[in-house]
Write a protein that binds this ligand. Sequence first.
Ligand SMILES: Nc1ncnc2c1ncn2[C@@H]1O[C@H](COP(=O)(O)OP(=O)(O)OP(=O)(O)O)[C@@H](O)[C@H]1O
Length: 257
Amino acid sequence: MKGIALSAHHITARVGGVEVLHGIDLHLPEGRWTSIVGPNGAGKSTLLKVLAGLLPRGQVDGQVALLGRMLTQVPARERARQLSWLGQNEGSADDLTSYDVAMLGRLPHQPWLAPPSPADHAAVEQALRTTQAWDWRDRPLSQLSGGERQRVLLARALAVQAQVLLMDEPLANLDPPHQTDWLHTVRALVAGGATVVSVLHEVSLALHADDLVVMAQGRVTHQGGCNEVVTHRALEAVFDHRIAVHELFGQWVALPR
Ligand SMILES: Nc1ncnc2c1ncn2[C@@H]1O[C@H](COP(=O)(O)OP(=O)(O)OP(=O)(O)O)[C@@H](O)[C@H]1O
C-alpha cells in the first residue's frame, strides 16, 4: 500500500489580495505521476506553489503535508532535499554556466560553505546528460535558447534527486523530441519510486500521467486515473467540450472538436 506524498487540506489562497483557491482538498499518492490541467487562470500554478510551500504563509489558509509531515514543520534544508521545484518563467542566475545552475540543485545536500562532493558532481553530470544539456555545460544560461535553457533548469530540478518533484509547465519551449524525452524521464523517476506532479497545458501529454487533477475557477473539479472514462469526460467538460479524448495507437489523445 503506497503512502501519500503530498496532501492539501482545506487550502484557500490569496494572490494580490484576491482569493484564487477556494477550499482545496487533495491527496497525491507516492510513486505516481499526477498532472494538473485546466483552463487559463484556474489556479494550477498557485496550487503547485502552495504544495511547494512557496506562497507566503499569510496568503494561505489550510495545511499541506509532505510525506506525512506538516510542510511547515519540515526544516527548510530537509524540505529542499525532499521536494524539487521547477517553476514557470523563473528568473535564474543568467551569468552562471549551465553546470553551475544545475549544481544549485545540490545545495541542500552540501554542508555550509563546503565544496561540491564527488556525489554532487556525479548527480549534476547525470542530470545534464539526461536532459541532453551536457554539451553546453560551460555556457552561461543567458546565451541559451528558450528550450536549451529549460533543459538546464530541468537538469537542476533532477540533480536534487528528491523524492517529490513539482514542475510547472516543464515542457515550455521544448521541441517534440525533448518533450518525449521528458515523458521517458518522468516515467523512469516514477518507476524508481519518485512522485511527480506537473502542471501541463499539453493535454495529450498530460494524459500519459497516472492520474489527472482537473481544475477550474480555483477548485478541483475532478481527480482520477488517466485511463478512466469519467476522467476523460471531466477533462472535456472543463474545456467546454471544445476538445474530445480519443484512443489512438494505444494512447489517449485530446483533439479539437
Ligand atoms: N499577482 C496577482 N495578482 C492578482 N491576481 C493574480 C496574481 N497572480 C495570479 N492571479 C490570479 O490568480 C488566478 C490563478 O492564477 P494561476 O497562475 O494559478 O492560474 P493557472 O491555472 O496556472 O493559469 P495559466 O494556465 O494561465 O498559467 C488567475 O485568475 C490570476 O489572474
